[in-house]
Ligand binder design. Structure first.
Ligand SMILES: NC(=O)c1ccc[n+]([C@@H]2O[C@H](COP(=O)([O-])OP(=O)(O)OC[C@H]3O[C@@H](n4cnc5c(N)ncnc54)[C@H](O)[C@@H]3O)[C@@H](O)[C@H]2O)c1
Length: 254
């Protein structure tokens, strides 16, 4: 069977989470050597075990993407181990500030949202660009969210995810001539264990049903929906696509 990422090295951050795990497993299944990175050691080990169970190959590297020095040493370790990095998928993130009225914006939580979602992505891309420019090739996929369009009462998270959109386009403009593509994913609600755990089964079900009703395709996304789109952007099929944000939304907010 033709594997779409055969012989390529892929770095996935947030790889212990719902979406990151699906991406890491999907890429390994397609023949990539996957660097499974997250701050969560146990979750990272689980992802690696699942990926190997499926016949894939990878290594785990623990890094806190809110620390610049961790990102730098993650790239250093990846290069020492593999000598190249062909694909980077920046997935680590999450919403650190519960929805609130604008008057309630909290400086510390707002800063955490920008640090975790936007600044981490920018620094990881900086390190990726250093490597990929030398290689003369590379694929970067960043994790935005459908809230990049704006979301009432989700001010700092939507600003961070909107920032990823603008940054992705800027980077695509500047890295294209080095053979590097840069794109972003913008999922609507994705069913991940972290969400269900945080909300509890009952509130999760209410949210899931409400969204499914509103999305034209009649359901929320699965992590595999997102992983397949990341695979497309990382593969040769997307060789001439850069600076795009792909909404994985079942048609939400058309
Ligand atoms: N689930 C959704 O509905 C949804 C929708 C749109 C976008 N997203 C985005 O997708 C990404 C993945 O989210 P998910 O739904 O899989 O949630 P998740 O909580 O399962 O995954 C997030 C992962 O990021 C890791 N992480 C958190 N802080 C970190 C840090 N400082 N350093 C390194 N890793 C860190 C966590 O350990 C976790 O494994 C996030 O960027 C999120 O904003 C999610």
């Amino acid at each position: 069977m033709l594997m779409r990422l055969s012989g390529l090295v892929a770095l996935v951050t947030g790889a212990a989470g719902g979406i990151g795990r699906a991406v890491a497993i999907c890429f390994a299944r397609e023949g990539a050597e996957v660097i499974v990175s997250d701050i969560d050691e146990a979750g990272t080990a689980l992802t690696l075990a699942e990926l190997e169970k499926g016949g894939g190959s990878g290594v785990s590297m623990i890094a806190d993407v809110m620390r610049e020095e961790d990102i730098i040493s993650l790239y250093r370790s990846a290069l020492e181990r593999f000598g190249r990095i062909d694909i980077v998928v920046n997935i680590a993130g999450g919403d650190c500030e519960p929805a609130s009225d604008v008057e309630q914006i909290d400086y510390v939580k707002m800063s955490a949202n920008l640090d975790l979602n936007l600044k981490s992505c920018m620094i990881s891309c900086r390190e990726a660009a250093r490597v990929m420019k030398q290689q003369g090739s590379g694929r970067i996929v960043n994790m935005s969210s459908l809230v990049y369009r704006g979301s009432p009462n989700q001010f700092s998270y939507s600003a961070a995810k909107g920032g990823i959109f603008a940054f992705t386009r800027s980077l695509a403009m500047s890295l294209g001539r080095f053979g590097i593509t840069v794109n972003a994913l913008a999922p609507a609600l994705v069913e991940v264990p972290a969400f269900i755990k945080a909300l509890g089964e009952e509130r999760w079900e209410t949210l899931r049903k409400d969204c499914a009703q509103r999305y034209p395709l009649g359901r929320v996304a699965t992590p595999d929906d997102v992983a397949r789109c990341a695979l497309f952007l990382a593969s040769d099929d997307a060789a001439f696509i850069t600076g795009q944000i792909i909404e994985i939304s079942g048609g939400a907010r058309l």
